[in-house]
Ligand binder design. Structure first.
Ligand code: EPU
Length: 420
């Protein structure tokens, strides 16, 4: 087990670079299964989730070789079309192999992911969409067996909610289906646009990615690809909130500021100053943040994954803020941890009511998920005394070199390995 020990009080100052987005690279790795041969993805972050996805691919028969931030994926002709429970449990995104394996092998066996710290997290939208494309499902012994006896066929699908994962699963299934697949109310995240870009470089025919209607014309085969992953807007956003919460000044390089426009708008409302160029953004934090209200929404709305870091910031605001969480039913476990640090945060249904306090104080806290863990580290930077963040491996799932990058910005943080 890993824990981070943070000494509060340092102002974060300086520059940091981010690599490719976790939530893009995981899908790129899966997409390579669509074409036998050697693929290359660059700008890949060195994070635990990428390592877990490489194990999923290894189980399926594809080999990933890492060289710094570049990965070569060797995909064989014959695949083992399954994702086993021990890997799906470690990383829910493993269910994304469904679409790609159905396209390549006509079948897939994927252990059904249970709920997690965000609530029940069903996959009904994935299943409904794939059923429309001719897929039959059977659930036995906790494993979802999917098969397309007559092959995948293009379909007109209208999502009830713009699910990121379901949009990606249908993209992966649709690129080699017979005919045209049209996804209405599709998710519009930059990572989806990036997946479509990668698939198009492989020879797929996709229109409208990044809008709410995506049209995919099935092709008979695809070729290996070389692709650079889109920058991680969530890693970038986390370091910017770090500047905000410590009253510091941080420039994030190698990012796309436009992908953070709603988050930057809310940081400005909290009293931050910011400026940006094509691939960099600087945030200067205020002495004390002002309260801000907002709701999390699918892109281009305020990202749910930036909700915990933002609550950490607003816990020290000069008044009361209200945040409404619209994406997840139960993304609130971190609140109890933040309150142990002296914050005054209350949950009312889907609303988080944050009454700003003068000072947080360090104590042992639990990083219950990736973004909650990052939020607690940021809160610790602004707190009085020392904070120990246990279960820090959650943070390692999503942030490349988190401790090193924060140290480079002047943060006082160190990693410790502890016995379970
Ligand atoms: N949902 C359903 N049925 C479905 C699919 C989703 O009810 O069939 C619900 C979910 O339960 C959830 C909401 O819809 O309440 C959003 O789910 P979505 O499918 O959009 O998200 P996801 O694909 O499971 C990705 C990211 C998450 C990020 C969300 C929202 C990856 C690997 N994960 O999850 O990232 O929070 O989109 O933007 O891409 C993270 O990086 O820390 C993280 C959790």
């Amino acid at each position: 087990m890993q824990q981070f020990v943070v000494a509060g009080g340092a102002r974060l100052e300086g520059s940091v670079s981010v690599l490719g987005a976790k939530n893009a690279v995981l899908k790129h790795l899966v997409a390579t299964l669509l074409a036998p041969g050697k693929h290359q993805i660059t700008n890949v972050p060195g994070i635990l989730d990428v390592e877990i996805m490489s194990q999923v691919l290894a189980h399926i028969g594809a080999r990933c070789d890492f060289d710094g931030s570049s990965v070569t994926i060797d995909v064989p002709h014959d695949l083992v079309p399954e994702a086993p429970i021990h890997l799906v449990r470690r990383m829910r995104a493993s269910i994304l192999v469904l679409g790609a394996l159905l396209a390549r092998s006509g079948e897939a066996r994927v252990a059904l992911p249970g709920g997690d710290d965000f609530g029940s997290r069903p996959i009904d939208i994935h299943v409904e969409g794939l059923e429309a494309m001719g897929v039959e499902f059977e659930l036995t012994h906790g494993v979802l067996h999917a098969s397309a006896p007559d092959g995948l066929v293009g379909a007109e699908v209208m999502f009830e909610f713009p699910s990121v994962g379901a949009t990606e699963n249908l993209l992966l299934a649709g690129v080699m289906a017979k005919g045209t697949t049209r996804i209405g109310n599709a998710a519009r995240e930059p990572e989806i646009e990036d997946l479509a870009l990668l698939l198009s470089s492989m020879g797929a025919s996709i229109k409208g990615a990044g809008t709410s209607t995506i049209e995919i014309e099935g092709v008979s085969d695809l070729s290996p690809v070389s692709h650079r992953a889109v920058p991680d807007r969530l890693a970038a956003g986390t370091y910017l909130v770090g500047a905000a919460i410590t009253g510091g000044e941080v420039t994030v390089h190698d990012c796309v500021p436009d992908h953070l426009r709603m988050e930057l708008r809310k940081l400005a409302s909290a009293g931050c100053e910011w400026e940006a160029g094509d691939d960099w953004v600087t945030v200067r934090g205020p002495e004390r943040p002002s309260p801000v209200d907002f709701a999390t929404l699918p892109y281009p709305g305020f990202h749910t994954d930036m909700h915990p870091p933002m609550v950490a910031l607003l816990s020290r605001a000069s008044g009361t803020s209200v945040i409404t969480e619209n994406i997840y039913a139960a993304r609130f476990r971190y609140v109890g941890e933040l309150n142990r640090m002296g914050a005054d945060v209350q949950i009312e249904g889907q609303h988080v009511i944050i009454r700003g306090v003068d000072q947080l104080s360090g104590c042992p806290v639990d990083a219950c998920d990736i973004r909650a863990g990052a939020a607690l580290v940021l809160a610790a930077m602004a707190a009085d005394g020392y904070t120990t963040v246990i279960n820090a491996e959650h943070i390692d799932r999503g942030y490349d070199g988190f401790v090193e990058k924060l140290t480079g910005l002047g943060g006082e943080i160190r990693r410790e390995a502890i016995d379970a």
